[in-house]
Design a protein around this ligand. Sequence first.
Ligand SMILES: Nc1ncnc2c1ncn2[C@@H]1O[C@H](COP(=O)(O)OP(=O)(O)O)[C@@H](O)[C@H]1O
Ligand SMILES: [Mg+2]
Length: 629
Amino acid sequence: MPRTFRNSLDLIFNYVRPYWKQVAVLVVFFGVVSLIVAMQPLVMAPILDIALGESSFEPRTPDSQPPVTLTDLDLNNVDQFVAYYLNLGSMDAWTIVLLLAAIYFSLSLIQAVIEFVSFQLTVRVRVRAFRDLQRDLFKHLMSLSFDFFNYQKTGEILSRLEKDTQGSVKSLAEAIRTLIVSPTMIFFYGFMLVRTNLRLTLLVTVIATVQWFIARLLSGAVRQRVIDQFDVFAEASAYLQEVFQNIRVVKSFVAERFEVTRFEELIERMLPIHFRFAIYKHLQEPLTVVVNGLANVTILLLATWELFQGTLTIEGFVLFLYLGRAIILPITQLAQVYLEIQTMMASAERVEGLFQLPSSITSGAEMVVNLKDAIQLSNVGFSYEDEPVLQNVNVEIKRGQVVALVGPSGAGKSTMTDLLMRFYDPTEGKITLDGINLKELDVKSYRSLFGVVAQENLLFNAPIEDNITYGRDGITQENIREAALVANADEFIRELPKGYETLVGDRGIRVSGGQRQRIAIARAIVHRPPILILDEATSALDTESERQVQAAIDRVIEDTTAIVIAHRLSTVIHADKIVVLEAGKVVDQGKHEELLGRCALYQHLVELQFHLNGSDEISETEKLEESTE
Ligand SMILES: Nc1ncnc2c1ncn2[C@@H]1O[C@H](COP(=O)(O)OP(=O)(O)O)[C@@H](O)[C@H]1O
Ligand SMILES: [Mg+2]
């Protein structure tokens, strides 16, 4: 077996195994069903004798032997077999007919009950296996590092998580049922047919084989179409998600028409895929009908010939016509289930593919609770693919220091904070915390040392207080209030209609940008992290909001360790250390005055960038700067 197929199979088995008891019950149930289905027509055999006026059943006496044993049972004598065991010889014709009809109907009732119960059981196993698979896949996706999400469309991940996990176990029970019932019926009917007439059975076998090949021939094509369909679904879902998420952009660029056209094109492209799928999927049925028609006619002709030859009794003739047709049904079902299994495997294969992806960040064992001395970047280099983004970076961040990263856009400032948070590992050099390589530290405990505020902070559509405590355990109501007070957020929150319980809308759309940033600051500091990272936390704000957020930032970085990327000079000037980055390299580092004196890029940045911003609130040093120009 090819490796991917084996893996997909393993995956499915792994998720069904916990429910093996239910599956075992199902197997027994399906076994009983198949016996009932197989026996039902044969029970009626003695009625044929009566209908044909040939009934001559011997009454059973204590010493009479069975007229037919299992070893020589065939369609010509199954009536005698049934008659002996039910002792029909002692009954009159109507009693026999009513008794057999009652047995037949009782079997149907038993079958109905078993089918209902097994269907319920089936659903339970399938839904649970689906839940387990979806849970584990989500857990796995959560454990993957950023480089996976960088190159994946969210909508596609959603589609995998929703559709493929479901598809992996969807036809499981149907498959089990068919794999038990159909072979039993084929075996049972086949046995009777072979015993009765070899020539006729050979004919039936040929027909069955042709049908099987039709199914096989089509299965590859169907499978490919299913994969195409899933791919287009995934693309559409990715597209829709993006549009709705960016609805503000769409509206402000009056791009509704543009998007409608794009969507039309997308769904238009789906049509031929659906059509092609339908062709292959439903080609099987008409082809089967033709083969079956041919089969029926041939069986009829041959059986009649055998009847005239005297090699088949009349009951045998009728039963053969019946069974010869009946055996085709389970064969068709097996062929269909083969198709279903192929579809299932296609889904399982994609799910398995995701499970196989390793997280590029692996956790070390050592737990950390604090920063004691310093974080040190030594000869750190990093590239996303082949493009180097950081090169030979040597920076020390001492406990209690505020370190500012400055440099033109694209210089690698945000990337440096990503490395500090261990979202990525450096491709060269190393980063240490108090002398220990980050790779040796427990990732979760390490990341918990940080509080992060980014340029655009998306909130979750939940009450404000839940956004502030997000992901942290053991945060009290007081902690929330305190954090909000420090973040300059308490006042506006309490003025909201529902205060801390106000829902913020999708991604926090119902609060203003400045308010969102202040909630984000409260969220970053609520667990009192020893290190803060602020990445252009005020750059997306208007002057008034900026002032409020800036005041909050100045307060929170006062007595902690902080890494600040700011576009405002006032924040940078007071930093204990300023690191000047350009094109991934550290050009210089030092205090404001030192750098002003010796670093051309820094001077340039101070002139160009910082003076354009926040000039309404110029600090002493900035004024000084201006007067010297
Ligand atoms: N996820 C990513 N995949 C590939 N390249 C990236 C990614 N993020 C950033 N980059 C590249 O890395 C470089 C540094 O980016 P960044 O650290 O965001 O700069 P800064 O924060 O200084 O503006 C840029 O050239 C950018 O194009
Ligand atoms: Mg950046």
